[in-house]
Write a protein that binds this ligand. Structure first.
Ligand code: MG
Length: 466
């Protein structure tokens, strides 16, 4: 019989009691202080990894000998990929098709890219396929078109409501949340509320509603595993420590984007093509523009604050052009632990599935036979004013994340439609953020209302410029 106490901050927040009851069976109870919550009775391996939302800090506090189980070794895990036609969704499909066969594709979803979605249905035969775009003849036709396709057992469904039901139901164990933007919030929150393992690529869920997401995961026992490469790196590096107070700071690395070597005075003339020419990562258009402005890193600072329960002062950003070091953790004894690999999102996606185990990944490995240089330098806040906004919002919390995210999404769309300059994105975000009515503890409906307000405010600003 063994008793485990898990720490969050300097307080004991979670206990687990494990008793052997013979024939390879273990009886395991865990409880959050002060709530008692029986977790599982399993043979030999215990799905501890799915029931400890503070796992990345408490894992190494587990006494040696206590089994650290995971879904991947003892069970089939049914995986839903939300946003399967996006760049992360496509990479996740590649991981599932080439990786551990115990991860079974239960469902995929898309918004409007029905042509590619049909190809994915035919190639991967998920049990369910959800199209969540606005009602249209094309969508209705898509749902009824399965009879015209090659024999397929995939059940076609329409609408976000049905997708939320699936995410919360027994058909899915792991949710890969890869819908882009605030549109992914509802399903990510549903997975957190339902106690699922949530492989989170949709950083907006934490930027907009970090407090609600983390609270939901704590209450349900959901485990949030970051898919964002920087946060996956931090998550991995944190396992070198023993408890949260060991961490001095985390260092998020940034490629600097495609314009990192441009003279600052030339940035207002950057074209859409200039901003989309990322030197190291192949990503969607919105996030590539965010990389050029460094708004992506600003959102990641906010994401890290919620995910790892850090003060903004404990988060640093450095420009690392090679994108080999994906982020680092500096501990209070001065040791800095880095996670490195060639840039490929399939690695953090797979790790979020197999954690705490590691299996061979369909990714290129480091080539140690060749010379390589790794550089980094402090992020230049004059070049990247969006980064200052990120740190301010991380400090403010409350409604500020929803407003910044909405303003940025709307402003990036304007840039991609040739309506504003690249450098005006941060200017507009500053204006909208400074003029919103701040609330420290908003509800979800208040956040969604502010999301709409922020988008409207961007349109108003573009029209009036004041
Ligand atoms: Mg990232």
């Amino acid at each position: 019989m063994e008793l485990m106490a898990a720490f969050l901050g300097n307080k004991i927040r979670h206990y687990a009691l494990t008793m052997g009851v013979g024939q390879g069976l273990q009886l395991r109870f865990s409880w959050d202080v002060p709530k008692i919550r029986p977790v599982s009775v399993e043979r030999e391996t215990v799905c501890d990894g799915c029931n400890d939302s503070a796992g990345f800090y408490s894992r190494n506090a587990i006494p040696s000998g206590l089994p650290i189980g995971d879904c991947s070794l003892s069970q089939i895990c049914n995986v839903a990929i939300l946003g399967s036609t996006g760049s992360i969704g496509r990479a996740a499909l590649d991981v599932l098709s080439k990786g551990d066969p115990r991860f079974r594709l239960a469902a995929i979803s898309c918004h409007t890219q029905l042509g590619l979605f049909d190809e994915q249905i035919r190639a991967f035969s998920p049990k369910f396929a959800f199209a969540t775009g606005p009602t249209s003849d094309a969508l209705t036709g898509w749902q009824s078109s399965d009879s015209n396709s090659p024999p397929s057992s995939t059940l076609r469904r329409l609408g976000m409501e049905e997708l939320v039901s699936l995410v919360q139901g027994p058909e899915v164990d792991i949710v890969i949340a890869a819908i882009v933007g605030v549109a992914g919030l509802e399903t990510a929150l549903a997975a957190a509320q339902a106690g699922k393992r949530l492989a989170l690529a949709n950083k907006e869920s934490l930027v907009v509603s970090g407090s609600l997401m983390m609270e939901a995961a704590k209450n349900s026992g959901a485990e949030i595993l970051p898919v964002d490469s920087e946060h996956s790196a931090v998550f991995q590096c944190l396992r070198s420590g023993h408890e949260k107070s060991d961490v001095k700071r985390i260092i998020l690395t940034a490629s600097g984007g495609p314009l990192r070597d441009w003279p600052i005075e030339k940035l207002p003339s950057a074209t859409i093509g200039d901003a989309l020419a990322h030197p190291t990562w192949q990503m969607g258009r919105k996030i590539t523009v965010d990389s050029a402005t460094m708004m992506n890193k600003a959102l990641e600072v906010i994401e890290a604050k919620w995910l790892f329960d850090l003060e903004p002062e404990q988060i640093a950003v450095v420009v690392h052009p090679q994108s080999i070091i994906h982020s680092m953790v500096e501990f209070k004894d001065g040791s800095v632990i880095a996670q490195m690999s060639p840039p490929d999102m399939r690695l953090p996606i797979q790790y979020a599935l197999t954690y705490p185990r590691r299996v061979a990944a369909p990714c290129p490995a480091m080539d140690w036979s060749q010379p390589m240089q790794l550089d980094w330098k402090p992020a230049d806040l004059e070049r990247y004013p969006a980064l200052t906004l990120g740190f301010e919002v991380a400090k403010m919390g409350g409604t500020s994340g929803a407003v910044l995210n909405a303003a940025n999404e709307a402003a990036v769309e304007l840039f991609l439609n040739n309506r504003i300059k690249l450098t005006e994105i941060a200017t507009i975000c500053r204006q909208v953020l400074d003029h919103h009515h701040y609330s420290p503890s908003p509800t979800l409906s208040e956040l969604l209302a502010l999301d709409q307000w922020g988008r409207n405010e961007v349109q108003r600003w573009v029209t009036t410029k004041c």
